[in-house]
Design a protein around this ligand. Sequence first.
Ligand code: SF4
Length: 98
Amino acid sequence: MLDSMSVKVEDKLYQNRYKVDEGRPHVCIAPHTVPEEVLLTLVKVCPAGCYQRADDGTVEVIPDGCMECGTCRVLTEGTGLLDWNYPRGGYGIQFKFG
Ligand code: SF4
């Protein structure tokens, strides 16, 4: 139960801003050659909801809003599924604390 001093995670995340680097996504997904469980986990664990299940059963990534937490990178380490890089300077997440 939330008291009057509590703040929801969604409200805190809404304070952040994201600058999209048009045409240069910093996370790309390769044609899938990994177990289904990994794909489903990607959809579930990304705190920014960047991974979505497509109609054809594959998983797509739209890194707009990515918080650069690295969870997906660690999860897929050694699979070759992701090409993960930090955004170029001036782009990506801009955290607002407080
Ligand atoms: S780094 Fe974190 S926020 Fe960004 S796409 Fe991966 S899991 Fe989502």
